[in-house]
Ligand binder design. Structure first.
Ligand code: 173
Length: 318
């Protein structure tokens, strides 16, 4: 009896001691280090490491050189890493609903007020064993980039590099979809394995794709989403002060999206300087494209997520 009590007291003491200690989280990103879709996460890490001195630190392991992008979601789920910067498009195998996140372009301030964040956090808790700490880039749309000129909105005969983001619309327009990680896009274009690719409006210069890109198809569509996830066991193991450092930095990170409006514009100007020409079939065709893109994507999400798909669509309001 005495030993048990002593042992319990020691355990309690130990737990208090470790809770008061500085925690260190190991983090990876699913995009190349120091490129567009890793950069704000890297700023977030710097902020956490400055604000969290003595409380919580992030040990940045790096990007795709450390871990293949399509494995990052599962690595968070299984606690191979504690935290990751990753798009839902890279973990639709674990959570088909993630394909619907690109269809919600409302600012995160609004998504946090209208229940969207809460619902998507629940999905992450249940299916990814993860806390949905932050979402970035709601206002950065995608394009299809092409190396062959087309004279109507028809991809018949074209091979286009995709992720789940673009697969349904590429196939709906008659194209052949070829899934690759971003790290394989340059070589695929250079060798003519693909005639084009999907990517957001920003970021094609990071890995030199401007050298192997001729055209940018208008209009832009959907909205990029790159999330900061924390393994749920790790999250629950943190104390209030540690979680506060992360939550405060998460809101700060989401607010950085304000910078994207100017960033998108500057990048389009850079496309022009690089000789990348827009292909634009005018307002009526653009409208048809956007409606089609929206519809095929929702149908695809709803087919795989019969209850959650329609709920996501209601929350997105489109
Ligand atoms: O094209 C991609 O690899 C992709 O799906 C994506 C998603 C978000 C941001 C950047 C790229």
């Amino acid at each position: 009896m005495k030993t048990t009590a002593l042992f319990a007291a020691m355990l309690a003491l130990n737990a208090t001691a470790s809770a008061a200690q500085e925690a260190t989280l190991r983090a990876v990103t699913s995009f190349a280090e120091k490129t567009q879709f890793s950069r704000n996460f890297e700023r977030f890490i710097d902020k956490v490491n400055a604000d969290g001195k003595g409380v919580l630190q992030i040990n940045y392991i790096g990007g795709p050189r450390a871990m293949p992008p399509f494995e990052v979601g599962n690595a968070v789920r299984t606690k191979v890493v504690d935290m990751a910067n990753v798009t839902g498009a890279f973990y639709t195998n674990l959570m088909p609903e993630a394909d619907g996140f690109k269809l919600n372009s409302k600012p995160m301030s609004e998504q946090r007020k209208n229940g969207t964040w809460e619902f998507i956090n629940q999905l992450h808790n249940q299916k990814m064993n993860a806390q949905y700490l932050a979402r970035q880039f709601h206002n950065v749309p995608f394009h299809i980039y092409l190396n062959k000129k087309i004279d109507k909105l028809d991809f018949t005969g074209l091979k286009i590099r995709v992720t789940p983001v673009y697969k349904d619309i590429v196939e709906a327009l008659g194209g052949t979809a070829i899934t690759t990680a971003p790290g394989e896009v340059y070589t695929a274009l250079e060798r003519g394995v693909v005639d084009g690719y999907g990517w957001p409006v920003i970021g094609i210069f990071d890995l030199g794709w401007d050298k192997v890109t001729k055209f940018r198809l208008e209009p832009a569509f959907y909205g990029a989403e790159v999330n900061v996830l924390v393994n749920l066991d790790v999250w629950k193991g943190l104390n209030d002060a540690q979680r506060k450092v992360l939550n405060d930095a998460a809101l700060w990170l989401e607010a950085l999206d304000q910078e994207n409006v100017a960033g998108n514009k500057a990048e389009l100007e850079r496309h022009t300087r690089a000789g990348i020409q827009p292909i634009d079939f005018g307002p009526a065709e653009s409208k048809r494209f956007l409606e089609r893109a929206n519809e095929v994507a929702w149908q695809s999400v709803i087919k795989r997520a019969l209850e959650n798909g329609p709920k996501l669509r209601t929350l997105a309001g489109n």
